[in-house]
Design a protein around this ligand. Structure first.
Ligand SMILES: [Cu+2]
Length: 330
């Protein structure tokens, strides 16, 4: 927990001055590259504060020193030129900005280039959720990784631009529809970190919250195996309830009767429907299957055709589970 929230005001001052992992300025540095990013940040911050104080200090000093004292004083001619001064005020900033450039460029290259032995996870963003696909085919709404192993994320979006952001790791990368972008990180220790979407140009990007769960290396494989088998032993309706959450249906469909971006799923099974092409029908198994695979084929009157297709993202067993769940809501 951020010590700031513990309520002791004097700690805020202590944090302000602290330069280690968790500070007033930055969250705890939980990835191997975070320290490098933070060092550069503190350098730039320090340089900015130094020049701010220097300039504002001189302004105040000269204001006082040369204030008007009543009697007129003759204006003295100022020096036209001072080679030493001009070289100094060009040279010193040049060295400073070049040092910032070198530090920034090295950090950038490091953040761009995943180690060759990195473990790969596919990241898919869509309005308004994340899904993470592991090498064994398991898809999870949370990113699980082993500690101490470099992780390469291969990311794409199904609709608009999203931005994968884990402040604890100092990693941020846009996801663009129709192409792949990559990012990598190595978590130092087991624990949890928040994932945000930092693309604040649409209604609910800020609600695309997920988390990274970092496992001890020995436990990760076991987690992955168990996670991949999560439907085993669940009734279809229970599995469907879980899929409803995991696949992001919850973003658009309520189960309590209130209309959202899409119709509520409560008591929908068996009820009649009117479609925008003038035809009508009834909610049954085939209609639900079609809604999932070709949502644009029949659009319910009163709603926009914004449901994404789940073609290739739900197998038959999962579709059956969702149908069982929707039936159970009657
Ligand atoms: Cu987003």
């Amino acid at each position: 927990m951020n010590p700031l929230h513990q309520g002791a005001p004097y700690r805020a001052a202590a944090l302000l001055l602290r330069g280690d992992s968790e500070s007033f300025w930055l969250p705890e540095a939980k990835s191997t590259v975070a320290g490098q990013v933070d060092t550069l940040f503190y350098w730039i911050l320090g340089i900015s504060v130094f020049f701010f104080l220097l300039i504002v200090g001189l302004v105040v000093f000269f204001l006082v020193k040369y204030r008007r004292r009543g009697e007129e004083i003759a204006v003295q001619p100022s020096a036209h030129h001072s080679t030493a001064l001009e070289l100094a005020w060009s040279g010193i900033p040049l060295v400073i900005v070049l040092a910032i450039f070198v530090g920034g460029f090295k950090g950038f290259l490091n953040l761009r280039t995943a180690p060759d032995d990195a473990y790969e996870v596919q990241v898919t963003a869509q309005r308004w959720n994340w899904s993470f696909t592991y090498p064994n085919g398991h898809v999870d709404p949370e990113l699980h990784v082993p500690a101490g192993v470099p992780i390469r994320l291969v990311m794409s979006s199904l609709d608009v631009i999203h931005s994968f952001y884990v402040p604890d790791y100092r990693v941020k990368q846009d996801l663009v529809p129709g192409r792949y972008t990559t990012a990598w990180f190595e978590a130092k220790e087991p624990g949890e970190s928040r994932i945000y979407c930092a693309e604040y140009c649409g209604t609910s990007h800020s609600e695309m919250l997920s988390r990274v769960v970092v496992h001890a290396p020995a436990e990760f494989e076991r987690w992955l195996q168990e996670a991949a088998d999560w439907m085993v032993g669940l009734s279809p309706a229970d599995a469907g309830a879980e899929l409803y959450r995991r696949k992001g249906c919850v973003q658009c469909h309520s189960v309590d009767g209130s209309a959202g971006i899409g119709p509520t799923l409560k008591s929908s099974f068996g009820s009649p429907r009117k479609f925008t092409d003038g035809s009508d029908g009834r909610v049954d198994e085939n209609y639900i299957r079609q809604s999932l695979l070709q949502p644009a084929a029949a659009v319910v009157v009163g709603f926009d055709p914004v449901m994404p297709t789940f073609q290739g993202r739900l197998d038959d067993e999962e579709i059956a589970a969702l149908i069982a769940y929707i039936k159970s809501l009657n």
